[in-house]
Design a protein around this ligand. Structure first.
Ligand code: SF4
Ligand code: FE2
Length: 634
C-alpha cells in the first residue's frame, strides 16, 4: 500500500493530504509518523503512573520487572488502566447529557428563549418511562420533572440509575442485578472508578473489571439520556436526504464547519445560519453553508439534512480546502492541531465551551441564555473571513456522496409500520427468522490514524451486506460509510446480497420511496448508540428473549476515543459480541484479555473480539451471528 493509501482511503481526503504536503502544513498523519515506533509498554497497557513513585513498566515477556514499585502486577495495571478509560468515556457522554438536562430545565423554567419542546410525544414517552405523571399536566411542568429526574440520575439515591434500569430488557436488569452491575448513580460510578484505581486501593483485576463494566452501564444511561433529551428539545430524526464529503463545501458561500458533539449549540446555528442568509448576501456570498464534522455533524444531519464534510481523523482536511470561513466547536474529538491549521489557512477556529479551550483559537463563550446571539456572532466571524478569502485560491475536492440519513428508532419502527401497522416489529422479526436478514451489525466509533481511514469499516461493511446482514451505523463509523456511498439507496444493487436487498426494497417501497432504503441505516451520533440498543431491546421483548440471544453484533473498527471503550463495554454488558479493530491496551495481561474476550461471555453473554484484520474480523462477526441463530433455533 502506498503512503497515501496508508493514510486514508477517501479520495477527497487524499487530495487534501497532498495539498497539505505541498503547502508544508503538518497533519495528524505526519505527527503519527513522528511518534513511531510507539511505546510497546503503552500499547500493551503495561505502564502505570497512577502515583508519584512511578512511572512503572512491566516486562511483557515474563522477565523482570514483573510488578510496579507498589507490587501492582500486569493484571492489576491493565485492569486499572481500562477502568479509567471507561470512566473518562462515561464522563464525556454523560457530561453531554447533563448539559442537555440543564438546558431542558432552563427551558422548562422559562429562562431561555431559544429552546422549546420540539417533540412533545417523545417528552411524554420518556417521562412515562421514568414514572413521571403526565396526565393533564402542561408540557413545561413535565419537562421540568424530567430534567430533575435526569439530574438526579447522576448521584446515588434510593433508585438505581433510571436511564439504565428502564431501558434494557427485564431479563437484562436481572442479569445486571445478579452480577452487581446496576449503577447507583452515573457520577457515582465514575467517581468510584477514580477511587478504586487510586494508588493502593483495588488490586484485584476481576473486581476492577466488574467495577468498570458497571461504570460502562452508567455510560449507556448517559448516552440514552443524551438521545432522549436531544430528541425532546430538537426533534426526533426522520428520514432525510443530503450529502457528505468535502465536496459539500461551497466556494461562493460562507462555509461554517461545526465540529464536536452537542446539538445544544449546533442546532441553534442551523436556525440562525438560515436567518442570516441576507447578511451573507450583502457580503457578496450566495448564502451561509453549514457543514458538519463528527457527531455534531451527525446530529444536524439527522434532524435538518445539513451535509457532513468530513469526520474524525480528517477534520484538518476541511480547513486545508482553504474555503472554511470558520470552524466552530463544542467538545470531544476536537484535535488541538486545528487551531494551527486554521491559522495557516487564514481562518478561525472558534471554541465555545468553558471546558474546551484551545490555544490559538478564538473563544466565544456559548450560553443557552444568549444562544441565538452567540450563534450570530459566530456566523459574523465567518462572513468577515469570507470577505477576506475573496480573490484567494481554494482547493475544494469535488467528491461528495448522496446520503439518506435520519433513521431514529422511531423512524425505523414507523417505516416498518407501513408493512404491518398493528405489529411493526413483526416484519423485521419474520425476515430475521426466514434468514432474509441474517443478523444485524452496528458500526460505531471513530477513525484512527493507525488504520488507513475508513478501510476497516468499508471492508467489514461490504462483507456484511453481501452476507445479507442488516447494517446500522453511528458516530464516525456512520461518517466513514456515508463518505463511501454506503448510505445512498442507489448503491443497494451493487453492495447488498439479494435477500437484504429485498427487505430494504420492500420497506422503501411501502414508504413511498419508489426504491430501497439505503444499504446502511444512519442512526445518529455516538450518544445515539442508544438507538440501536432500543431497537434490539424492542426485538428481544417481542421475542420474549434477552438481548444476548439476538443475532446482533457491533464493531468499533477504527476506535480512538475512550468513549469507544466505554461504549464497547456497555455493548458487552448488554450481551453483544463486540469487535474492536485496533489494539486495546489490555493485551499485556493475558488474564484481562481472556476475561474480556471469553469469560465475560459466561456472565453477560457479550464479549470482545479484538482483531486488527478486517477480513478475519468480518468472519468472526458472521460466526457470532450464526451461533446466535442456532441458539434461537432459526
Ligand atoms: Fe508504580 Fe504502583 Fe505507582 Fe503505578 S501505582 S506508578 S505501579 S508504584
Ligand atoms: Fe462521536
Amino acid at each position: 500500500m502506498d503512503r497515501l493509501n496508508q493514510r486514508s482511503t477517501d479520495p477527497a481526503v487524499q487530495e487534501m493530504i497532498q495539498k497539505a504536503e505541498k503547502d508544508g502544513i503538518e497533519t495528524v498523519w505526519d505527527r503519527f509518523e513522528s511518534q513511531e515506533p510507539q511505546c510497546g509498554f503503552g500499547n500493551l497497557g503495561l505502564c502505570c503512573r497512577h502515583c508519584l513513585q512511578g512511572p512503572c513498566r512491566i516486562n511483557p515477556f515474563g522477565e523482570e520487572p514483573k510488578a510496579g514499585i507498589c507490587g501492582a502486577t500486569a493484571d492489576t495495571m491493565v485492569a486499572r488502566g481500562l477502568d479509567r478509560a471507561i470512566a473518562a468515556g462515561t464522563a464525556a457522554h454523560s457530561g453531554h447529557a447533563k448539559h442537555l438536562a440543564h438546558t431542558l430545565k432552563k427551558m422548562a423554567k422559562g429562562e431561555v428563549k431559544d429552546y422549546r419542546i420540539k417533540d412533545e410525544g417523545k417528552l411524554l414517552g420518556v417521562a412515562q418511562r421514568m414514572g413521571i405523571e403526565t396526565k393533564e399536566r402542561p408540557a413545561q411542568e413535565i419537562a421540568l420533572d424530567l430534567a430533575e429526574a435526569a439530574l438526579a440520575d447522576f448521584h446515588e439515591k434510593d433508585t438505581p440509575v433510571m436511564w439504565a434500569a428502564t431501558t434494557v430488557t427485564e431479563k437484562r436488569v436481572q442479569v445486571l442485578k445478579d452480577l452487581d452491575l446496576v449503577p447507583k448513580g452515573i457520577d457515582h460510578e465514575i467517581s468510584e472508578i477514580m477511587h478504586r484505581t487510586l494508588y493502593g486501593v483495588d488490586a484485584d483485576p476481576l473486581n476492577l473489571l466488574m467495577g468498570g463494566i458497571r461504570c460502562a452501564v452508567a455510560d449507556l444511561a448517559g448516552s440514552y439520556m443524551g438521545t432522549d433529551l436531544s430528541d425532546i428539545l430538537f426533534g426526533t430524526p426522520t428520514p432525510v436526504v443530503t450529502e457528505a464529503n468535502l465536496g459539500t463545501i461551497k466556494e461562493d458561500q460562507v462555509n461554517i464547519a461545526v465540529h464536536g458533539h452537542n446539538p445544544v449549540l449546533s442546532d441553534i446555528l442551523v436556525t440562525v445560519a438560515r436567518e442570516m442568509a441576507d447578511e451573507a448576501g450583502a457580503a457578496g456570498a450566495k448564502g451561509v453553508n453549514l457543514v458538519g464534522i463528527c457527531c455534531t455533524g451527525n446530529e444536524i444531519m439527522m434532524r435538518h439534512g445539513i451535509p457532513s464534510c468530513t469526520h474524525s481523523v480528517s477534520s484538518e482536511m476541511a480547513l486545508i480546502t482553504g474555503a472554511v470561513d470558520a470552524m466552530v466547536v463544542d467538545y470531544q474529538c476536537i484535535m488541538p492541531s486545528l487551531a494551527t491549521v486554521a491559522e495557516c489557512m487564514g481562518t478561525t477556529l472558534i471554541t465555545t465551551m468553558d471546558i474546551c479551550k484551545i490555544p490559538g483559537a478564538t473563544h466565544l463563550e456559548f450560553k443557552e441564555e444568549t444562544a441565538a446571539e452567540n450563534a450570530r456572532e459566530v456566523i459574523r466571524i465567518g462572513i468577515k473571513n469570507f470577505q477576506r478569502r475573496q480573490g484567494k485560491k481554494t482547493s475544494i475536492p469535488t467528491k461528495k456522496e448522496t446520503v439518506a440519513a435520519g433513521f431514529s428508532t422511531e423512524a425505523i419502527i414507523g417505516a416498518l409500520a407501513k408493512l404491518d401497522g398493528e405489529n411493526p416489529l413483526k416484519p423485521l422479526v419474520d425476515n430475521i427468522v426466514s434468514g432474509n436478514i441474517r443478523g444485524v451489525c452496528l458500526f460505531a466509533g471513530c477513525n484512527n490514524a493507525k488504520v488507513p481511514q475508513d478501510h476497516n469499516f468499508i471492508t467489514i461493511a461490504k462483507r456484511m451486506l453481501r452476507e445479507n446482514v442488516l447494517v446500522l451505523a453511528t458516530g464516525c463509523g456512520a461518517g466513514a460509510l456515508m463518505r463511501h456511498g454506503f448510505m445512498d439507496p442507489a448503491n443497494v444493487d451493487q453492495l447488498c446480497g439479494d435477500k437484504i436487498k429485498g427487505v430494504l426494497t420492500a420497506i422503501g417501497e411501502a414508504n413511498g420511496l419508489g426504491g430501497p432504503l439505503p444499504p446502511v441505516l444512519h442512526m445518529g451520533s455516538c450518544v445515539d448508540n442508544s438507538r440501536p440498543v432500543a431497537v434490539a431491546v424492542a426485538v428481544a421483548n417481542y421475542l420474549g428473549v434477552d438481548t444476548d440471544k439476538l443475532p446482533v453484533v457491533a464493531s468499533a473498527a477504527e476506535a480512538v476515543s475512550e468513549k469507544a471503550v466505554s461504549i464497547g463495554c456497555y455493548a458487552v454488558a448488554a450481551g453483544l459480541p463486540t469487535h474492536v479493530g485496533v489494539m486495546l491496551p489490555v493485551l499485556g495481561s493475558p488474564l484481562v484479555t481472556k476475561v474480556l474476550t471469553e469469560k465475560i461471555g459466561d456472565l453477560t453473554g457479550g464479549y470482545f473480539i479484538v482483531d486488527l484484520d478486517p477480513e478475519s474480523a468480518a468472519e468472526k462477526l458472521l460466526a457470532a451471528i450464526d451461533e446466535r441463530r442456532i441458539g434461537l433455533g432459526i
